[in-house]
Design a binder for this molecule. Structure first.
Ligand code: GLN
Length: 261
């Protein structure tokens, strides 16, 4: 008799917990029927026109923001935008602290071992920039061991700058958290060269004409993609389907024109 009572009480407790667990699952943003799913999307915002901060609203803005927002609207999910150092993005994705990287990230072979990339949406390349009027450096081959080259931390540009330093071709690879400061240092002569992505260096040039210029040929070929945690096929499919839909209905072109023409 006592045993039966005990079992009954234990059953009630177990069921209470089971219901409570159901309640939690329903409150969860991901997996409810009517509340929209909210994904955390991160970027480093000194990479215009892809990733920047709107001067008036002080909110994250750019080609990546408009593109990802259009994909989200098409696929019926919401986004929470997060500002993060470029070198922290992949670790944050792997740790599950964010769901998406939208940060002008080259979908390289090395990165594909750590994260999954969407269909790529922009073809880019690294270039060397110097202070306007610098006649000594006409290409990457003119860099010498008494020179300093800058790049942004965690980027393919930083990889190349570090390689040049390791090979003894430059005296220092100066690695910056933000490209805004790197460009300022190029303008004031703190560094001799900046290794950065072509469309972004062009954007900085347009913002302050006559201060810096691009020299030589493109150094590589890159393609930007949005990244999700390895194996998150559900989200990747939503992003890829949304991307195709906004390409097909002309939204992609509108956003492209807004930021690049
Ligand atoms: N394209 C470079 C890379 O993926 C730089 C990206 C960036 O600074 N946002 O490494």
């Amino acid at each position: 008799m006592k045993m039966k009572k005990l079992i009954a009480i234990l059953l009630i407790i177990a069921m209470t917990f089971a219901f409570a667990a159901c309640g939690n699952a329903n409150d969860d943003q991901k997996g409810t029927s009517d509340a929209p799913t909210i994904y955390k999307v991160a970027m480093e915002p000194t990479f215009p026109p892809f990733d920047t901060i709107d001067e008036e609203t002080q909110e994250l803005a750019g080609f990546d923001v408009d593109l990802m927002n259009a994909i989200a609207a098409d696929q019926g999910f919401e986004l929470e935008w997060i500002n993060m150092g470029f070198d922290g993005l992949i670790a944050a994705l792997q740790a599950g602290n964010i769901d998406i990287i939208a940060s002008g990230m080259n979908a390289s072979k090395e990165r594909r071992e750590k994260v999954d990339f969407s269909t790529t949406y922009y073809d880019s390349a690294l270039v060397v920039a110097v202070k306007e009027g610098n006649i000594a450096i006409k290409s990457i081959d003119d860099l010498t061991p008494d020179m300093k080259a800058g790049a942004q931390i965690g980027t393919t540009g930083a990889e190349l700058a570090t390689e040049l330093f390791d090979e003894g071709k430059i005296g220092e690879a100066k690695i910056y958290n933000g490209l805004d400061v790197a460009v300022m240092d190029l303008q004031n002569g703190t560094i001799d060269a900046l290794i950065n992505d072509l469309p972004v260096t062009k954007d900085y040039m347009a913002a302050k004409p006559g201060t810096i210029e691009i020299v030589g040929e493109a150094l590589n070929a890159e393609s930007y993609g949005f990244a999700v945690k390895k194996g998150n096929t559900e989200l990747l499919e939503k992003i890829n389907t949304g991307m195709q839909n906004i390409i097909d209905d002309g939204t992609f072109d509108e956003i492209y024109t807004k930021w690049f023409e």
